[in-house]
Design a protein around this ligand. Structure first.
Ligand code: C2E
Ligand code: MG
Ligand code: MG
Length: 687
């Protein structure tokens, strides 16, 4: 990240300014000192000159006074004192570096000489105190008599007067000098003042300009810092914003992931994970409050067939719609999709089973209305099982397991219903789980056997064919009914292998019987929904028959009505192909599904098998009689073969025959028999 960016840092500016100020101050100070020193020097010269002048003046004065005073002795002393003073004061003047030094020295010498002369004069008797009168006279004479007579005293007075005149001259000279010095001093003062003013001005200006430069640089620096700070602030703000955005995105992603981890991607409702979490929490709460709750396990009936016949896309849409209806029906109950076509519910705060039932019956009634998916009208049902807390289990897992067992019980009860858990169900559920692995082993160990049940022509009372019915020869359980294991084989997909085995065994048996000269018209083999959809029957069966050299028109495939009607177009395509290969098609358990007569008309089929549920109540049940008669008429109208299954009594046989049914199958004629039993019947008939 870019932070403060400016050419000169604040500390650098301060540093440079300090050094500049210091240099200016030193320079200015030195300059001022020099000026002051010079001023002192001039001042000193002036003082010395002044002192010299004063002492010369005093000397002259004291000398003059000699001529007028009566106190001659004391005046002499004063004069000598003045002369000494003059010496001492005049000396520094000559010692100074003055341009007129030589002149000064000359003056000093002359003055000293003059003083000496005065001293000599003063030794004269004239200046004796006793001749004061004379002296005063002489002075006057001296004043009056300038040239003659040249008396000794006169000469002395004249010399003295001359000396005084000399002194006066020098005094004047000194005075002039003093004035000149004063003038010079004044000029120097003025110049110095000018210089000082000038340098002070320069100093002030430089200080001001330095300050201005400093202030400017500072303000510029501050501005830059400000701009940089603003920029940095902006950058920080945008970085913060970006960070916030990223944080938000991450939060969203985390929420999404969390949602995805806890919700089913297809339906959007909670998944098994969230369901169990919620159930555990609710169990904790319910344990404390002492209330009850119910867990429902729901499984759609025959959903695999929907998937297989309509494709997975439609299957997915069906699941979505089911989830939607379940959520609507659930109200306050918690919904979840556990996987595949399995759903679950938690109904909290229930008083008894009735409260738990209310939710599931609401959902089941909502499924009574068809689902419209991509122009298809699909009917679907579900089976459900419930387990109650705290009566039946304590943990979430156990509750769900129990509800699952109860759901299987509901399936066993014929589907489209619900059941509440009891302990017996656990045993059954366990059986179911073990069944699958047992079935795999059974296939490997060839534990399956086929029984054959004759199909009779009611006119001739002769066996026209056999229906092959599979059984499981279990080492411990004995002969296990297909009703017990076929649904599991369907669910697990094992039915494909079992079905193939059945077809091959049945066909080979018929060929075997025929090869032994026994008359058997055809073999009927049951085909499951899974085989129809995944077995590629239209190719696999004809290929197989050709391979083993199976006789033409001696195979009939039985498919249940409901299985066909789930996807009649697909069924028609397959049946058409099979029939061109001489394979006959029979609709098994006819009347139990919801056949559309319009479809039936176009289906390439050969025979309808009236379901035993209509045959059993005959001839007493009027309604069943009516249904059976209608089916017979339908077959006659469509030119289809007809066979009634589950015929157990003569009355049933009579009724059927009387109303035009041509073929029958049931215990009345023969129960399903093992291969040996069936063969012996055939052999008996032959004789
Ligand atoms: P289904 O195809 O309708 O078979 C007729 C069932 O009715 C047979 O039961 C048969 O034993 C029974 N039955 C026949 N006559 C009478 C009678 O007079 N009274 C009574 N009460 N029952 C009679 P089974 O053998 O137990 O087979 C049950 C179902 O299992 C079959 O119904 C069929 O859907 C299925 N199944 C049997 N074998 C196979 C097979 O090899 N493959 C497939 N996919 N399903 C099979
Ligand atoms: Mg059958
Ligand atoms: Mg049947």
């Amino acid at each position: 990240m870019k932070l403060l960016r400016h050419p000169l840092s604040l500390s650098q500016i301060a540093n440079y300014s300090f050094w500049f100020m210091l240099a200016s101050s030193i320079f200015g100070g030195a300059l001022l000192l020099a000026l002051l020193f010079r001023h002192e020097h001039i001042n000193d010269a002036h003082q010395v000159t002044k002192a010299a002048y004063e002492s010369l003046f005093v000397l002259k004065y004291e000398t003059e006074r000699l001529l007028t005073t009566s106190e001659l002795q004391s005046q002499k002393e004063l004069l000598f004192e003045a002369a000494r003073q003059f010496d001492s004061r005049f000396k520094p003047l000559t010692a100074r570096p003055h341009p007129n030094i030589k002149e000064w020295s000359g003056f000093a010498h002359i003055i000293t000489e003059e003083i000496q002369k005065i001293r000599i004069v003063l030794q004269a008797p004239l200046f004796d105190p006793r001749s004061m009168m004379e002296k005063s006279l002489l002075r006057r004479l001296g004043e009056g008599l300038v040239s003659e007579p040249h008396t000794e005293n006169y000469v002395q007075i004249r010399d003295l007067t001359n000396a005084i005149a000399y002194l006066k001259q020098y005094e004047d000279f000194l005075l002039d000098e003093l004035r000149a010095l004063e003038q010079h001093e004044q000029n120097q003062h003025a110049t110095q003042l000018e210089h000082i003013k000038f340098w002070l001005l320069v100093l002030i200006l430089s200080a001001i300009s330095t300050l201005i430069a400093l202030a400017f640089s500072l303000s510029k620096g501050i501005k830059k810092i400000e701009i940089n700070l603003l920029g940095t602030q902006e950058e920080l703000r945008s970085a913060l914003f970006e960070l916030e955005q990223k944080q938000k995105k991450l939060e969203d992603q985390r929420n999404l992931l969390d949602h995805m981890a806890h919700h089913d991607a297809l339906t959007g409702i909670p998944n098994r994970l969230l369901f169990l979490e919620k159930l555990r929490t609710l169990l904790e709460i319910t344990r404390r409050t002492g209330e009850q709750l119910a867990v429902w396990f729901l499984d759609l009936d025959r959903f695999k067939e929907i998937n297989d016949s309509f494709g997975h896309n439609i299957g997915d849409m069906v699941l979505q719609e089911v989830a939607h209806r379940l959520t609507d029906a659930a109200g306050n109950a918690s919904v979840a999709r556990l996987g595949g076509d399995e759903f679950a519910l938690i109904v909290e705060n229930i008083r008894d089973r009735t409260d738990a039932e209310a939710v599931i019956t609401r959902f089941m009634s909502s499924l009574q209305h068809p689902l419209f998916v991509e122009h298809h009208e699909i009917y679907i049902t579900c089976s459900a099982g419930a387990s109650l807390f705290p009566q039946e289990a304590q943990s979430a897992e156990a509750l769900l397991r129990n509800a699952d067992s109860a759901m299987y019980h509901a399936k066993d009860e014929g589907k489209n219903t619900y059941a509440f858990y009891n302990q017996e169900m656990t045993r059954r559920a366990y059986e179911r789980v073990t069944m699958e692995s047992a079935l795999r082993k059974a296939l490997k160990n060839e534990e399956f056997v086929l029984h054959y049940q004759p199909q009779i022509n009611m006119l001739t009372n002769k066996i026209v064919g056999f229906e092959a019915l599979v059984r499981w020869q279990h080492s411990e359980l004995g002969l296990v009914s297909p009703a017990k294991f076929i649904p599991i084989a369907e669910e697990t997909g094992l039915i494909i292998d079992i079905g193939a085995w059945v077809l091959e065994t049945a066909c080979r048996t018929l060929m075997q019987w025929r090869s032994e000269g026994l008359e058997v018209g055809y073999m009927a083999v049951n085909i499951s929904a899974k085989q129809l959809l995944h077995g590629q029957l239209e190719y696999a069966i004809p290929d197989f028959l050709k391979r083993i050299g199976y006789p033409k028109n001696a195979l009939e495939l039985e498919l249940t009505e409901s299985m066909i009607m789930r996807n009649p177009d697909y069924a028609r395509k397959i049946f058409t192909r099979l029939r061109t290969e001489g394979i006959k098609i029979a609709i098994d358990d006819f009347g139990t599904g919801y056949s559309s007569l319009a479809y039936l008309k176009h289906l390439p089929i050969d025979t309808l098998k009236i379901d035993q549920s209509f045959v059993r109540p005959l001839p007493q049940s009027h309604s069943d009689g009516q249904i059976v008669r209608s089916i017979i008429h339908l077959c006659q109208g469509l030119g289809l073969g007809i066979i009634a299954e589950g015929v157990e009594t003569e009355q049933q046989s009579h009724f059927l025959h009387q109303h035009g049914c041509t073929h029958a199958q049931g215990y009345l004629y023969a129960k399903p028999l093992d291969a040996a039993g069936a063969k012996s019947i055939l052999s008996a008939l032959k004789q």
